[in-house]
Design a protein around this ligand. Structure first.
Ligand SMILES: [Zn+2]
Length: 317
């Protein structure tokens, strides 16, 4: 009896120490290595998708099940396959408020993107004044540091922003498309190429697959997305939220310059392939404005928008 009680006390003491240290023994910081990675409600591909996380983003893994990691994802947790993340050192924070607003930028002037639960854990990847930059729900977000406590982590100094897939990031959480990469190049100026991670990485991944599977095809010529933090972007009416992109029609040769659907070098076949096999696979398409009637008459998400004979306008959800 006496010994049992002592054992319970010792175990209880160890548990208290672990809780006090914030980072529980199984907590790990993981960094996404895939371009875009599904987050699911449970530890197998049979579970429903909750959303996506993107290359270079860091989350706290609080549990393992087989090869799967349970991470804090948004207001709750989700599961990602361990084959597409790597464990890294860094500094984890835990939320001390009962429910903490997560904002799109480092002040209360930015809109609320979601909430983080009490005792949820996040990886600090930057700071601005009292605000801490973290990844939440697949996007760069901000939490006020007054409601965060250290949750341990490795003894390494606070991590710098990730370099893997580490595109420049704006305060609105947009990332900047590089001037060129596998399967694409940008034809408008770099200040016009900011978009949500889902948009930018989606286009990059689609273009990469396009070129690697069709080496003789032209690259995707990408034009305007949004300004650094979005907002009014003349001459466009839209392109305000990092979720619209213009790109040129694809030619039937390797030509990558300006092209209309009426020119002999235009390929309806290749443009359909791009849309159905690549863009649709990597981007959560809301609508594409494009005036090839063979395409808009047969794909429900393509619409006949005037002026869109020399580019596609693709909008994601
Ligand atoms: Zn457009």
């Amino acid at each position: 009896m006496e010994r049992c009680t002592a054992r319970v006390r010792i175990l209880g003491g160890i548990l208290l120490l672990l809780l006090a240290s914030g980072l529980l023994a199984q907590d790990k910081i993981v960094q996404v290595t895939a371009g875009a990675l599904n987050v699911r409600t449970g530890p197998s591909t049979g579970y429903a998708k909750l959303g996506l996380v993107y290359s270079g983003q860091r989350y706290v893994s609080v549990q393992r099940s087989g090869s799967w990691h349970k991470i804090w994802f948004n207001r709750g947790t989700g599961w990602v396959h361990g084959g597409y993340v790597s464990e890294v050192s860094g500094s984890a924070k835990k939320v001390t408020a009962s429910l903490l607003n997560v904002r799109r930028g480092p002040s209360t002037g930015y809109s609320v993107a979601g909430q983080a639960a009490n005792n949820s854990r996040w990886v600090e990847v930057g700071a601005s004044g009292s605000w801490r930059k973290i990844y939440y729900g697949g996007a760069t977000r901000w939490m006020h540091g007054s409601y965060l406590a250290n949750a341990g982590g490795s003894t390494a100094p606070p991590s710098s922003p990730p370099t893997t897939g580490g595109l420049p990031t704006s305060s609105a959480g947009f990332v900047q498309l590089p001037a060129s990469g596998q399967g694409f190049y940008a034809y408008s100026s770099s200040s016009r190429h900011w978009g949500t991670p889902a948009m930018v990485y989606g286009m990059m991944n689609a273009a990469s697959a396009w070129k690697s599977q069709n080496p003789s095809y032209p690259r995707i010529s990408i034009g305007d997305i949004s300004k650094t933090n979005g907002g009014y972007f003349p001459p466009h009416v839209s392109h305000r939220y990092g979720k619209d992109v213009d790109y040129r029609p694809v030619s039937k040769s390797s030509y990558e310059g300006p092209l209309t659907i009426w020119q002999s070098n235009y390929s309806s076949y290749r443009n359909r392939r791009w849309i159905t096999e690549y863009a649709k696979k990597y981007l959560n398409i809301k609508v594409i404005g494009f005036q090839d009637s063979a395409i808009y008459n047969s794909l429900w998400y393509v619409q006949n928008w005037s002026g869109h004979h020399n580019h596609h306008h693709l909008r994601i959800h």
